[in-house]
Design a protein around this ligand. Structure first.
Ligand code: ADP
Length: 224
């Protein structure tokens, strides 16, 4: 299982008096097969950190390693291949494609990677998420909770090593939040995946194996 490491990560926006140090020197190792929660006040740098670690946003300085591969030394094609094969993404907005049905949305990342989906595995996910009656429907025919379940199935369809989630339950009611969290925790246990998740919800953060608090672009060592 692959290990993610972050070395002296910095992300600086703007220049001179407009400079914002969104990340100001972060060193971190994400434990595999565990749930790591990222918490902190709004504007502290959580999303920037998640995006940099997930290969979505190039840091100004510093390195992100997946095992011994330094992600940002790779060319764009190689980096997107790693993202497609190793990472799954779940955001607060579901980002489903409106013109294709639920099943096709779920398997799209696998097909984009030039592979064929493992139907049995994908149907297993769909059943576990309780969206088997929705697979022929289009995203706009689903509730928010159902759309988020589809987004989760899509994130898991390529059996990623690491699931990155940015406030995935931010728009959901408490019952759906619990169901979504149960599913994600089940992935960590059953598929031995690594979950890295930003949350504002203390009850969710408390269920994590490790909580990382970000303050002003740095890890808040008091809460480390
Ligand atoms: P959080 O996720 O904790 O709310 P962010 O990572 O979104 O924090 O933002 C950290 C800081 O970086 C904030 O001050 C934010 O305004 C700034 N920031 C984020 N993205 C940009 C950008 N594209 N341009 C300029 N400043 C940005």
């Amino acid at each position: 299982m692959k290990i993610l490491k972050v070395k002296d990560l910095k992300k600086i926006y703007g220049k001179y008096e407009n400079e914002v140090r969104a990340l100001d020197g972060i060193d971190l190792e994400i434990e595999p097969h565990k749930f790591t929660a990222i918490v902190g006040a709004s504007g502290s740098g959580k999303s920037t950190l998640l995006h940099c670690v997930a290969g979505l946003d190039k840091p100004t300085l510093g390195n992100v390693y997946l095992d011994d591969v330094d992600l940002y030394t790779l060319n764009d094609n190689k980096l997107s291949e790693i993202r497609r094969q190793e990472f799954g993404f779940i955001f607060q907005s579901y980002n489903l494609i409106p013109v294709i049905n639920v099943y096709d949305n779920i398997v799209l990342p696998v097909l984009l990677d030039g592979r064929k989906e493992d139907k049995e595995y994908v149907m297993g996910l769909i059943n576990k998420l309780g969206i088997e009656k929705q697979i022929k429907k289009y995203p706009n025919e689903l509730s928010g909770g159902q759309q988020q379940r589809v987004a989760i199935a899509r994130a898991l369809a390529n059996r990623p090593s690491v699931i990155f989630a940015d406030e995935p339950t931010g728009n959901l009611d408490s019952k759906t939040t619990n169901e979504v969290m149960n599913m994600l925790e089940w992935c960590v246990k059953e598929y031995r995946q690594t979950l890295v998740m930003i949350t504002h919800n203390d009850n969710i953060a408390k269920t994590a194996d490790r909580i990382i608090t970000i303050k002003d672009g740095k890890i808040d060592e008091k809460n480390y």
